[in-house]
Ligand binder design. Structure first.
Ligand SMILES: NC(=O)c1ccc[n+]([C@@H]2O[C@H](COP(=O)([O-])OP(=O)(O)OC[C@H]3O[C@@H](n4cnc5c(N)ncnc54)[C@H](O)[C@@H]3O)[C@@H](O)[C@H]2O)c1
Length: 620
């Protein structure tokens, strides 16, 4: 079942425990280390590391169910060495020490804890007076149903706690082990394990394998203090990097400074940060309205308006200003980095660093590799991700890179479904039911309709005549309805509200557009919506792979998991395709292709994998 089953592993954990407990005095240190090691083997690490390890059964004598639920957020058991007991429970199922081995242990606490464990496991007693316990359990069950409706593990854990108070040790243990095994064998568990390893693998890039070493990064310049520039600045300041932010004029600079400072003000107000710490972080922050103040920076990240000519003008100035060897990065969402680099005489130093909004929170960082960039510049991009604690993904230089390119395709599928007769609200619901925090139309409203509108205008001249174009979003934008920021988009928002209400006027616009095109409305079920949505997502993902814009399918999964809200328990779109069946994806694409051969044409890679009886995972 589990391969970490040697005494050596066990000793390592014990040593780490001692290390953290004695040298760092971190209450959570040990638990975190155990969690880290066990993470890939548990279904949902935040809620289930105790499951299958008799964790719940052994707590019966020490703590109440309320405590056991609280154990996730607090750790009040130091005096009882609860943590080491748990650890021994964990390891008992991986490797059970003999009495002789227990006697040989050099750390007395281990012996003590193990004896306590034995005492618990020998007991045939049951917990008495359970009514309060069962009430707490019922409340937890409801809470987790609401908070994590898609995850299996929390409900199963609650079942285990329930059985721990209802049965004796042996009965409870038997139940817990069976439950654990069931979870281990589930697709959810395997997808979470996939996500865990995918995240670690995205660091493996050819440049580093060829031996490239990152350039030093000790001073950062950020150009632009808008949504992204301020977020990038905060992310870097929080990691201890000194940042100079440059804006185009004093008024914009004031806005940029406010964008940065308000985040720290809020953190201090909410007690997340002390004023002293905030002041210390901000002491590394300087600002200017002159690019020449970036002349001593090791890396400069541009986050100005998404217009090629504006970006080229900034890069051409940087060419004269930046010190030799400085890495020049663009945070563009879609634009061609080669073209941006062409404004300089140092194309080897130019790279794309695509952050996600809010950049101080979102963990994904697409590192976009243009044609002539030097290996050590790519390595420096990955080094920056490490410093900022971001998850890097190496992306090729194509329109929208990995994330936005794939997004554009399933966004089109959503628009086609809408124009064909399914309400955008039903589409959002179907996608939320799948496990996303929001559906595509809610996301457009959050991101701002104007951004997509500008992009569509930019691409209009290159759009193929064969491509079906849906104008509904343009009609909505023409009214000035850009989503949450204007209080209206696909949804109507009352001031301050994040959740919008359905808008009959939007439905009328859709109906009018449908009428103009002579489309007869046909509403799809939630399942049909999801079939189309994910077929479009996977098909574009496969094209990204075919064109070598992503190194491996798991990098696409990481991109979607960390940047676009793909539910982690589904492992990412390419993993999802493997579970759903790549042949089923192909059949879906062929079915939809009859309606629109241009859009739904299956990627050659999908056809090839099906012919060869392989899945995406075979390419990881
Ligand atoms: N908003 C997002 O969700 C998002 C996500 C990823 C990437 N991006 C990309 O990041 C970039 C910035 O987007 P944003 O949303 O922060 O835009 P924004 O409009 O909020 O901010 C852009 C800022 O750049 C400043 N600026 C413009 N020209 C300048 C110049 N020559 N010198 C100095 N400052 C200048 C503007 O004054 C403005 O404050 C764009 O390329 C965008 O595509 C945006």
């Amino acid at each position: 079942m589990i391969t970490l089953s040697t005494e050596e592993d066990f000793n390592k954990v014990c040593e780490e425990f001692e290390y953290f407990r004695l040298s760092k005095k971190k209450r959570w240190g040990y638990s975190k280390e155990v969690l880290k090691m066990l993470k890939p083997f548990c279904e949902n690490i935040n809620t289930s590391f105790e499951i299958g390890t008799s964790g719940f059964q052994c707590i019966r004598e020490s703590v109440t169910p309320t405590d056991s639920f609280d154990a996730r957020t607090s750790w009040p058991y130091e005096d009882k060495q609860f943590d080491i007991v748990i650890a021994l429970q964990v390891w008992e199922h991986l490797w059970e020490p003999t009495d002789e081995q227990v006697n040989d242990w050099s750390i007395p606490k281990q012996k003590e804890a193990f004896n306590e464990l034995k005492r618990v496991s020998k007991s045939e007693e049951r917990v008495e007076n359970n009514s309060e316990n069962l009430e707490v359990i019922a409340q937890e069950r409801e809470k987790w149903k609401k908070n994590s409706p898609h995850l299996n593990a929390p409900q199963k854990i609650i079942d285990c706690v329930e059985q721990a108070v209802l049965l004796d040790y042996a009965g409870g243990m038997n139940f817990e082990q069976k439950t654990f095994q069931g979870l281990m064998d589930s697709d959810q568990s395997k997808s979470l394990i996939h996500a865990f390893f995918a995240e670690r693998k995205s660091n493996k890039i050819p440049e580093l394998e060829r031996g490239a070493k990152p350039r030093p990064i000790s001073k950062l310049g950020v150009i632009g203090g808008g949504t992204m520039g301020s977020g990038i600045t905060i992310a870097a300041l929080n990691s201890g990097l000194p940042v100079t932010m440059v804006e185009r004029d004093q008024e914009s600079l004031e806005r940029g400074i406010e964008n940065v400072k308000k985040v720290y003000r809020r953190d201090v107000e909410k007690g997340r940060l002390s004023q002293e710490k905030a002041d210390k972080i901000l002491s590394n922050y300087s600002t200017s309205t002159h690019l020449k103040d970036l002349s001593d920076k090791d890396m400069i990240i541009e986050a100005v308006f998404e217009e090629l000519e504006v970006k080229k003008s900034v890069f051409s100035q940087l060419n004269d200003i930046a010190k030799e060897g400085a890495v020049l990065a663009s945070n563009t969402s879609y634009l061609d980095i080669d073209k941006i680099a062409s404004a300089t005489d140092r194309v080897g130093d130019v790279i794309g660093l695509h952050f996600f909004s809010p950049a101080n929170i979102m963990r994904l960082l697409e590192i976009v590799v243009p044609t002539n960039v030097k290996d050590d510049v790519v390595a420096t991009g990955f080094q920056l991700a490490k410093i900022l604690k971001k998850v890097p993904v190496r992306a090729g230089n194509c329109d929208g890179f990995i994330g936005n390119r794939v997004l554009e395709n399933y966004a089109k599928a959503a628009n086609y479904m809408m124009e064909d007769g399914t309400s955008p609200y039903d589409i959002d619901k179907a996608i939320v039911e799948f496990g996303y925090p929001m559906g595509p139309f809610q996301m457009f409203d959050l991101a701002g309709g104007d951004i997509g509108w500008a992009d569509r205008k930019r691409k209009a001249a290159f759009r193929s005549n064969e491509e079906r174009y849906v104008s509904i979003a343009d009609r909505i934008c023409e009214k000035g309805w850009f989503g949450q920021k204007t209080g209206r988009g696909y949804y109507k928002y009352t001031p301050g509200a994040r959740r919008g209400e359905e808008d009959p006027e939007v439905l009328s616009i859709i109906q009018e557009e449908r009428k103009v095109k002579g489309i007869e409305a046909r509403s799809l079920s939630s399942d049909e919506i999801r079939r189309r949505y994910f077929a479009a997502m996977v098909n574009e993902g496969a094209k990204v792979l075919e064109e070598k814009m992503a190194l491996r399918p798991s990098d696409i999964d990481v991109t979607k998991l960390f940047g676009y809200g793909f539910p982690r328990h589904m492992g990412g779109p390419m993993r999802y395709a493997d579970v759903y069946g790549i042949e089923n994806i192909l059949n879906d694409l062929k079915e939809f292709e009859k309606e629109d051969p241009y859009f739904w044409k299956p990627a050659e890679l999908i056809v090839k994998l099906v012919e060869e009886g392989k899945d995406f995972n075979s390419l990881n």
